[in-house]
Ligand binder design. Sequence first.
Ligand SMILES: NC(=O)c1ccc[n+]([C@@H]2O[C@H](COP(=O)([O-])OP(=O)(O)OC[C@H]3O[C@@H](n4cnc5c(N)ncnc54)[C@H](OP(=O)(O)O)[C@@H]3O)[C@@H](O)[C@H]2O)c1
Length: 310
Amino acid sequence: MKTGTTEGSPALDLGRMGIGTNVWGRGGKPLSGVLELFDAAMAAGIRLIDSAEIYQGGGSERSIGSALAERRAGIATAAQPVILSKFFPWPWRLSRSSLESALKGSLGRLGLARLDLYLLHFPLPPIPLETWVTALGDAVEARLARSVGVSNCDSTQVRKAHEVLAKRGIALACDEVEYSLLNRRSELNGTISACRELGVAVIAYRPLGSGILPAASPTIPGLRKLMAPKTDAKGLQDLRSLLLSIGESRGGKTAAQVALNWTMTKGTIPIPGARTIAHLAENVGALDWKLDAGEIEALERAADRATGTR
Ligand SMILES: NC(=O)c1ccc[n+]([C@@H]2O[C@H](COP(=O)([O-])OP(=O)(O)OC[C@H]3O[C@@H](n4cnc5c(N)ncnc54)[C@H](OP(=O)(O)O)[C@@H]3O)[C@@H](O)[C@H]2O)c1
């Protein structure tokens, strides 16, 4: 999927699926086996690699940087990965210049001179969204970022960000939002349709519902429980059974593949978090086929029962 074009630059091709890296590199150190995972992602045609300065204290960016240092020169220009990172608006970051310093920190960990895609992680107070979006525009003009976007913005915020950048001839490349069968807020509140109207790509984070959707048992361990959408146990069990039965009727697709395929039927780009080649390979099996309208409707009915949405 190609994003809107900034004047004078080619559109950025994000592909149909990316990979999330928020658990790469615990303790700030590169993830062990990251080169093999990176190679497997490139071989599978996954180009978008989602990171952020706050993931594992920079360990996620360092993991990606270590793989890029080994491999980037050997990858053809047309197949280069798209590296995405994010600026976190901590309350002590009070001026536009803090975004440029943070971006330079990310570039250092990634070993890059210019980032493909740089996002505002959250539109948090006290600094207005417009200030950070203006700073993102500055980063494009300073050639520190090829393109820029936002994350966790609703339709009003996306429209504002788009307008601020458009005045300078800069495209808003994306809004990265939580989106899965267990969290359809961005669809139901009009954010996704506003993005479509403006030519802004929607990147779907936690597309597997923090791993709940493909879990063999609905018992969710540790931290995942805190972040996970609230679900009714029986409703979740029914949803999982439906994911599995649709998968079976589709020639042996797994629950994860059906759940990811659903996000793509809505025109979003899922970035499932994966640390293992097995998970990555399974997730790639969500590409190149499409759920039909009846399956989509049945999944949404079951999901809404599981989350008590409607
Ligand atoms: N912009 C934002 O504010 C924001 C917020 C949160 C996340 N994100 C991004 O979104 C990415 C994805 O979110 P997420 O990782 O929190 O949630 P997720 O992708 O919904 O779920 C990831 C979990 O699912 C498991 N998993 C992955 N593939 C699987 C498969 N095929 N079968 C069974 N389990 C599978 C992983 O297991 P393992 O633990 O064993 O690997 C992991 O625990 C993050 O990595 C991050 O890059 C962005």
